[in-house]
Design a protein around this ligand. Structure first.
Ligand code: BT5
Length: 321
């Protein structure tokens, strides 16, 4: 009922609507309308009540509420089901549980705060409350497990594209899973897969973005969109834009169209053409980052001239003495 009241108030474009009109339209008593309005106010909706005029919605709360995310979300797959938490351990864990139980592709799990947000190899993802965007998507891509790297690349390109096009910041991708703003990390991506030998059951892709966080809540070397833009960002709009972009580029994940994503990655890459050092378990490979291949692997030419296709690892840019 409360979602319906908010929708009705929004339809009246922030003008006053009488309690009587609401009660008639939604078929509830005026007392019930009043109680729901009180509760919405407690939840952070700014609603002005004026005798003889009724109610006016002036602002929605800065919270990742599922009804607000769904409102005007013009996607067909991504975000058609949204599960939101005020706090959870890790949205990737919650999404994996849903996927195991058959949740549809495009299901989004979002949290205001994560108590065990994680990066790759069990590293921590610092998740300060109510300022970031921490969400995971359930995907069921029709690709082989060996191609799962494509998903990370596609998400990184989607994030960089939205940040550039809608927020005017120079987002750049560090292979495989980081998005940077001026050499500071603003976003990390964690792709986890449930697969058999040749078949992906599902992929959970977790995206962490520092949106309105201040420096003090973030680790060294991190930044937020707000720090760079100098103004607060509407997190719901950002999430909606990301879901739309991800849906578009997800359509290019098949082998025929992946070239489009590779081209965008090249345009936004921080890694390409640099001398890099790639660490994977105990091995280190140093050389020139040449390109990414059709599976999303980084192609590195070592000092002997041999080309290596690197499927995962930590990349550091190396300066030549
Ligand atoms: C990542 O790992 O960058 C992947 C992060 C994915 C986070 C999302 S949030 C939603 C979903 N649920 C989860 O539990 N995770 C995903 P990696 O490349 O391993 O980088 C981890 C490193 O990034 C850490 O060791 C820190 O150095 C740094 N880091 C941690 N928190 C950060 C933050 N908020 N901003 C920037 N850098 C951070």
């Amino acid at each position: 009922m409360e979602a319906k009241i908010v929708k009705f108030l929004k339809e009246h474009n922030h003008c006053f609507v009488s309690g009587e009109d609401i009660s008639r339209k939604l078929n509830v008593s005026r007392t019930a309308v009043w109680k729901h309005i009180q509760h919405l106010k407690e939840c952070g909706y700014e609603i002005t009540a004026q005798p003889h005029l009724g109610y006016q919605l002036s602002a929605i709360p800065d919270l990742l509420l599922p009804d607000e995310i769904s409102d005007n979300l013009d996607t067909e797959i991504m975000g058609k089901k949204i599960i939101a938490y005020a706090s959870t351990t890790s949205t990737n864990d919650a999404a994996a549980l849903l996927a195991e139980n058959g949740s549809r592709e495009g299901t989004v799990v979002v949290a205001e705060h994560q108590t065990k947000g994680r990066g790759r190899l069990g590293r921590e993802w610092v998740s300060p409350g109510n300022t970031g965007l921490y969400f995971s998507l359930v995907l069921r891509p029709d690709i082989s497990p060996a191609e799962a790297g494509k998903i990370t690349l596609m998400i990184a390109v989607s994030v960089a594209r939205v940040l550039r096009d809608s927020y005017g910041v120079a987002a750049a991708i560090k292979w495989p899973n980081d998005v940077y703003l001026d050499n500071e990390k603003v976003c990390g991506i964690l792709t986890e897969m449930n697969a058999e030998q040749d078949l992906i059951n599902f992929v959970i892709v977790g995206i962490g973005i520092n949106v309105n966080s201040g420096k003090s809540g973030l680790p060294a070397g991190a930044t937020s969109i707000k720090i760079k833009r100098g103004e607060k960002i509407d997190r719901i709009r950002l999430l909606q834009r990301l879901l739309r972009e991800i849906e578009t580029l997800y359509g290019c994940i098949g082998s025929k169209n992946f070239a489009k994503i590779i081209q965008l990655w090249r345009d936004y890459s921080l890694t390409l053409g640099c001398r890099v050092s790639v660490k994977w378990r105990n091995a280190v490979l140093e050389g020139q980052a040449m390109d990414v291949d059709e599976s999303g692997a980084l192609m590195v030419r070592d000092d002997l001239g041999f080309v290596h296709h690197v499927h995962s690892g930590d990349v550091a840019m190396v300066r030549m003495e």
